[in-house]
Design a protein around this ligand. Structure first.
Ligand code: UDP
Length: 333
């Protein structure tokens, strides 16, 4: 009998890559997604190829509906709880939905998981480090959040609460949970619609439109290829020693955002200009507290499962550009 993996948010960018990977490994995959930020087109091929033989099932519903979640959890051997509000734009524009789906969704998934004792991976984010400048960020490091009047910290705080809840289930009843903090992840099928910088830049470069760098462009990030991230997730899910623990997942190849814009223009052989724009112009008078550096320590996962990213930034940019060209971005494929 093959393992059944339940992926909440499985029609999203990372979830759909994970779903594909697990199916290829022989798992049966159930995707629960309300398509709020995910897209059915991300998993359409899986549905077409594997649904009839029972190896893939898509349920169009919300993680907030506990009855639905319960039925699926019962059917599954393991749960990847990816469903979440995601992307800076959504977090800034829909703060109520952001908090409710993050906290409410995780609450409902963990309650059901506890009822049936299913191993559950809870997806958190590098945002939980807040504006700490204590880089590289270590899992046991302090977090530093801003005032509650600034909505961006609601995301960080809600995700931290998810972590507390997962670890509380482990502490109180030994429910096997693993918490992962994803740092910037990029790759094919990621949409720039919610503010993600790599697909946004690549799309502009392919269309010959200006790339807009927010602020000075000196702020830096480390981008990890989604294919590497998927391998990290699978490794932790199968690793007994990871149970009840928190892990950073990300790349340590750091690049400034202005430099990233230049790299994208160069690798796509684009004639696009690079423009700078203030945070106030992008986010309004309230502004936005951006993080200057977001560099993970990945010693813990390397020690525990042996994982390290294998693909570099250039490969990410090339893969994203190739996928967009195939979709017809910037002219006929
Ligand atoms: N950014 C930018 N131009 C864009 C989108 C993002 O300069 O069109 C910047 C953004 O201000 C941040 C970095 O790129 O400093 C990464 O942004 P993203 O939203 O991808 O991830 P996060 O801020 O969550 O790390």
């Amino acid at each position: 009998m093959s393992r059944t993996s339940l992926l909440t948010g499985g029609a999203g960018f990372i979830g759909s890559h994970l779903a594909r990977h697990l199916i290829a490994k022989g798992h049966r995959v159930i995707v629960l997604d309300d398509l709020s930020t995910g897209r059915f087109s991300n998993i359409e091929d899986l549905d077409r190829t594997h649904a009839a033989e029972g190896r893939f099932k898509f349920i169009f519903d919300s993680v907030l509906h506990e009855r639905v979640v319960e039925d699926l959890v019962r059917e599954a051997d393991e749960i990847y709880h990816l469903a979440s509000a995601v992307g800076v734009n959504l977090i800034m524009n829909e703060p109520v939905r952001t908090i409710e789906t993050i906290v409410g969704g995780t609450h409902s998934v963990l309650r059901c998981a506890a009822r049936y004792r299913r191993r559950t991976m809870v997806f958190s984010t590098s945002e939980v480090y807040g504006k700490s400048s204590d880089v590289p960020f270590r899992e046991d490091g302090d977090r530093l959040e801003g005032a509650t009047s600034r909505h961006r910290w609601a995301y960080s705080c809600a995700k931290a609460l998810d972590e507390f809840l997962a670890l509380a289930h482990w502490k109180q009843t030994r429910l096997p949970v693993v918490v992962v903090r994803l740092f910037n992840t990029a790759g094919p099928r990621q949409t720039g619609q919610y503010g993600m910088v790599v697909p946004s830049f690549v799309r502009c470069a392919l269309r010959g439109e200006p790339l807009t760098v927010y602020g000075t462009g000196e702020q830096s990030r480390c981008f990890c290829h989604v294919a590497d991230v998927v391998e990290a997730l699978e490794g932790l899910m199968g690793c007994e020693a990871a149970t009840g623990q928190v892990f950073n997942i990300g790349s340590t190849e750091e690049i400034g955002i202005l430099e990233l814009a230049r790299r994208v223009v160069e690798l796509t052989e684009s004639r696009s200009e690079i423009q700078r724009i203030s945070y106030e112009k992008v986010y309004g008078a309230d502004g936005f507290e951006d993080m200057q550096r977001r560099l993970p320590s990945i010693d813990k996962i390397a020690r525990t499962t042996g994982w390290r990213p294998k693909r570099g930034l250039n490969e990410i940019i090339r893969d994203v550009a190739a996928a967009m060209r195939e979709e017809g971005v910037g002219g006929e494929p």
